[in-house]
Design a protein around this ligand. Sequence first.
Ligand code: N01
Length: 537
Amino acid sequence: MPVYDAIIVGAGFSGLYQLHQLRDQLGLNVLVIEAGDDVGGTWYWNRYPGARCDSESHYYSYSFSKALQQEWRWSERYPEHSEIRRYLGHVADRFDLRRNIRLNTRVTAARWDDAGNAWRIDTDSHGSLTATFFITAVGCLSAANIPQIPGLDAFAGQWVHTGRWPQAGVDFTGKRVGLIGTGSTGIQAAPVIAAQAAHLTVFQRTANYSIPSRNRPLGDEEWHAIQESYDAIREKARASTNGHPFDVSETSALDVDPEERARRYERAWETGGLRFRATFSDLLKNLDANATASDFIRGKIAGIVRDPVTAAALTPLDHPFASKRPPIDTNYFETFNRDNVALVDLKAAPIERIEAGGIRTADRLYELDIIVFATGFDALTGPLLALNISGADGHGLRDDWAAGPRSYLGLQTPHYPNMFTITGPGSPSVLTNMPVAIEQHTQWITACIAHMRAQGLHRIETTEAEAEAWVAHVNEAAHATLLPLANSSWYLGANVPGKPRVFMPYAGGMAHYAGICDDVARDGYRGFTLSHAVQTG
Ligand code: N01
């Protein structure tokens, strides 16, 4: 008999809530395994300067407990990393979750044992454990992508990756800092590092769009209004395409005259944040409509950045706005007007190597004391493949996903019975405000396990045919948008050399996806085979 009913990997938003549901609603014997020395998931690792969520704080939070949502007071429009860690720590304490979480423990392998109808999970510090259900709550952006630049070992200074930020912090005072990467992370970090360092050099490979976040403290009046309308806010988020509770315009960008369009963009720019994408109905669907937004932002960059050569290098030309995940910022473009900040355009002169003294590009050596890699993640598949998962009949996930991830609903992969993936590839995950996707997934998994227990069933698996049909649907949903047009996007795996180029998240919309999952459950878990024990034949 397996020791645990369920083992969950990861103690971030998804692992904590999945534990709460399985233990406190179903009465299961559950263990969470977590590599960090505290709960927090993404927010445990991402402590770089400027790290802040781009969903607004009051809805980047759990909705399952009204008491929790009323008692936790967010301090700013967008939560800073430390505030999110405090919140998740509070959740762990409030629901007494810590006693079922094993910290400082890393999963080294997970194997399905067909005869035992159980998962055997090897860890680096607590031996091998067994469980009936194996639930990965490892996050989508947790496997750091550290580029293989020759010479890094020879660097005489300090180097850090933003997604593995030292708990003690990094002191930039008086230092010459090189920052590689201008995704959401680099764009958040640059202004904060520049304010402390003697000098900051930003190494940019691809110029990016960014919208001002307009972060600000949440005043009492605004907070009380949020508290009073929380039910409606949550309802709206769940009914939306992307898990955000704001309206998406029903007007095409091409159906208004240029003056009216400019007025609306201007208003959205002043409001700030990801809702800029919602200014018109078709920014993510129609290239001509998108061009109006892309041009507007390019105009803003030209207006903010004083040096025309730097402004030109910062202007994104190779992909439509929001086809890569759009960053939001606080004074990013303004930072390039500082005397102690320089931009290096790697398209003009690529990095050749790292030397003891700094970074050498095709042009010259940039002397540095600290290198910050804001180079992103081996997204979605990386954290799952790192678990070394092997399934039934000699299947291994690394081989099965060699040409790209394959799953049914993003929840289960054929040949891996009783394994569920929370917000994995093939689910809306990173295209949404994550807590909405996480609550939907974990509640679906909980209901599924409850159903199995009520029926005396012990095994659930899906088929190759279901996975094939779902992967085709994920592909089709992506191609109904402009999202596949960004050549260097991590949505496509294009940021990691050698990774298959497959659009991984499900772009069909959060509410639509939840509806499909509900239908599947109502139809007796259509597409899954539920059985008493080992399948034969
Ligand atoms: O990573 P990224 P990120 N040499 O992959 C560059 C979430 N997030 O950590 O575009 C030189 O987006 C790379 O260049 P290119 C959010 O979902 C959220 O910034 O590949 N440069 C790019 O500029 C986000 O999208 C929040 O040409 C190299 C950068 O590094 C996701 O995390 C905050 C390179 C990587 O950008 C990932 O964001 C932060 C190389 N060898 C993150 N390799 C909020 O909630 C890569 N790059 C606000």
